[in-house]
Ligand binder design. Sequence first.
Ligand SMILES: Cc1cc2nc3c(=O)[nH]c(=O)nc-3n(C[C@H](O)[C@H](O)[C@H](O)COP(=O)(O)O)c2cc1C
Length: 393
Amino acid sequence: MTLSGKKIIIGITGGIAAYKTCDLIRKLIKLNADVRAVITPAAKKFVTETTLRTLTRNSVYCEQFDVPEWKPEHISLADSADLFLIVPASANTIGKMANGICDNLLTSLIAAFNKPVILAPAMNCNMWENSFVQENIVKLEKAGFYIIPPESGELACGYEGTGRLADIGKILEKALEILSKEKFLQGKKIIITAGGTKEPIDPVRYIGNRSSGKMGIALADAAYSFGADVTLVSTIKVDKPYKIINLSTAMEMLETVKNEFSQVDALIMAAAVADFRVNSTSDHKIKKGEKENITLELVKNPDILKEISKIKRDNQVLVGFCAESQDLIENAKKKIGSKNLDFIIANDISDKEIGFNSDYNAVTIIDKFMNEIKIDKTLKKELAKIILKEIFK
Ligand SMILES: Cc1cc2nc3c(=O)[nH]c(=O)nc-3n(C[C@H](O)[C@H](O)[C@H](O)COP(=O)(O)O)c2cc1C
């Protein structure tokens, strides 16, 4: 892999982990990237300009008002770079960025930068858990910044907890993923469904399931980062930089997906849709009264994938998920045929360590020719990328 022709800005803030950024710069230079270091005044206390100038083989930028050219540095640097990494990102700079404060070269540059930004926060564990810091991180993530969360372990300040800069290899991998883009879904429109449907019994009660929506949301995040025009149809409320349609029931999901489907290239049904709904829901809360039993009559919900397969064009991709506790592959393969799917992602829900509510999953991807790809226990965020690459390769 070479990064020849790629311009990368490395922002360094005032944190102990700044010395590790030198290693990242070396690795990027080895890949032939053009690297410019932009440091905050506080970062100078942790790493020298001489070191950075030597490693980047370029000038080091710090002073906002030291402007030899007619065009201020923060504008010309921002115009020319492909990627901006802030490693380490201090709580202070994160706070400024999340609130649009531009009081030094680094924060001004970020505000003027409209291409991908990776943030690798590093700080004391209590600082990281501080609710304002967390709010700022959520805000930045929502705005489309790539956050590589800190890891846990022994911290330089003597504490034990989460706050250590993520592994440099991981940060490099993310940078390469973005630069090599990995924008292979650019121009594609994709609908992804997520979460379990909630089938009302009365105004306060519903029949639901244990789906957390994590897999569908991870797929939507990954598809968005790969450049897709994403619509997430979800029963779970989340804030993301792409289009989200929130709803509750299977019938609402069917109607929404049907309305959107003709304009998209692919539908990935990761939601756990209830097979049945209550036949007649009560307009008022059902009172316990003297009743010992009540009976709910359930009626079958339409199968969304089956309905969509009736209107699917040949150039559209239909992907289903199936959660089974026994005969997983056999059952998944039957569904490919009966629902006219291009792919099915088979989840074994008998393993309590993975699947529902977990951050991990292990699946088998099966295509319409019955080829199988088994993926062992993996973080859902990573699994989402693997699934998308397999589907659209
Ligand atoms: C020895 C020392 C280590 C520090 N380490 C960190 C750190 O790891 N993360 C952090 O967010 N702040 C750290 N700080 C505090 C920041 O340096 C301080 O908030 C500063 O204002 C950050 O400025 P900047 O965001 O403009 O770089 C440290 C301070 C000192 C004195």
